[in-house]
Design a protein around this ligand. Structure first.
Ligand code: DAH
Length: 362
């Protein structure tokens, strides 16, 4: 403390000078740490006022009393000023903080980036629009399915090798019959759900059929398989189609699906072929292939959908009479349709969330 004062203050002038110096130092402190260090310099252990009060012991009792009172008065002035200095500093710091956080509400906006519809959803909507325009209803159903709906009702009995056409995800909860639930590997269970609902509605109070009315529906939605590469994703989208009536034939399938493709790709310059195939739920079954006559993909046959005439046992599982209800079904991949329409060669691009890719569709 030798830089402050040479000897204990004994005169009023010296005490005044000490308080003035202390006040100057406190006022100059830019932050709390400096302020508290300055405080220690004066009233801390070994501080100037502390040392002065300690020195009182050497004085006689009379002098000790008057000297002590003067020193304590000076120390009180110091402490009062310290209190003010602390409050001032706290307020200044709050001001700094508030102005740093201030928002200028008069500034112009930074520009809003509009969101857009994902190309897969765009395709989904487009498919719905086209089928609605040719008289199809649109249905939606659960993504967690029972074994019966996903397989058995579709003529795909337990342990039948055809089940391995689909590498299925199972859920750790059983259906009421004790079989594991699955994430539906295709939208085909929606044929069963929709047709059974329809069959229910078509029965009168006695349980007799009210006669035949067509079932004409598509069911787009999410589907799941243990599959992942450039053309397969563990979650993907399909659209199921079903048209059942008194006399719906394979020729109707050809007509409807060809009309759909022409509308979807906005061109009549395409060929469609139905290549014999196998699905447990249809007989006969066909893969639908298409070929563009113009454009970058021209001349190549492209597989686009599974299809067929609904198998009589499946019609029975619908709760309908296969002698009376016949018709066709199909199941197409929505990503596949989107890839062909937009010329995307890797399906994984749809799910990476890369804006550079997605913005191209807006
Ligand atoms: N469910 C089949 C699959 O995911 C596709 C399919 C084929 C659906 C033929 C149908 C159909 O409705 O008739 O591989």
């Amino acid at each position: 403390m030798s830089d402050l004062i040479e000897s204990p203050a004994t005169t009023d002038d010296a005490l005044d000078a000490l308080v003035a110096e202390a006040e100057a130092r406190l006022s100059a402190a830019p932050d709390v740490t400096t302020l508290e260090n300055e405080k220690a310099r004066f009233v801390g252990k070994g501080g100037v006022f502390t040392e002065m009060l300690k020195g009182l012991g050497r004085l006689d009792p009379e002098a000790r009393r008057t000297e002590g009172a003067r020193i304590n008065a000076a120390k009180s002035r110091f402490e009062a000023f310290l209190k003010l200095a602390r409050e001032l500093l706290a307020r200044q710091q709050l001001d700094v903080k508030l102005s740093a956080e201030a928002i200028d509400v008069t500034l112009p906006g930074r520009g809003l980036v509009g969101g857009g519809i994902h190309p897969v959803m765009r395709t989904w909507r487009r498919v719905e629009e086209i089928f609605r325009s040719i008289g199809f209803d649109v249905a939606d159903g659960p993504e967690i399915e029972t074994d019966w709906m996903s397989f058995t009702a579709l003529n795909n009995p337990e342990n039948h090798p055809a089940r391995s056409m689909q590498d299925t995800f199972y859920v750790d909860i059983d259906d009421p019959e004790g079989r594991p639930l699955n994430l539906r590997p295709h939208t085909s269970p929606m044929q069963v759900r929709y047709a059974r609902m329809h069959a229910e509605r078509m029965r009168d109070e006695t349980g007799a059929s009210r006669g035949i009315t067509d079932i004409k529906v598509i069911a787009p939605g999410r589907t799941y398989r243990i599959d992942s590469d450039a053309t397969h994703s563990p979650m993907f989208h399909q659209v199921e189609g079903l048209w059942l009536g008194e006399d719906i034939s394979f020729a109707d399938l050809k007509g409807v699906y060809t009309a759909f493709l022409e509308a979807f790709f906005e061109t009549a310059a395409l060929s469609v072929r139905f290549r014999p195939s196998y699905f447990p739920f249809t007989e006969p079954s066909a893969e639908i292939d298409m070929r563009f006559e113009t454009g970058p993909l021209a001349g190549r046959w492209l597989e686009i959908s599974g299809s067929g005439q609904v198998h009589p046992s499946v019609v029975t599982n619908f709760g309908l009479d296969p002698e009376k209800h016949i018709g066709f079904a199909f199941g197409s991949g929505i990503e596949r349709l989107a890839m062909l329409r937009y010329g995307v060669d890797d399906l994984r691009l749809f799910y990476e969330g890369d804006l550079r890719f997605l913005e191209q569709f807006q």
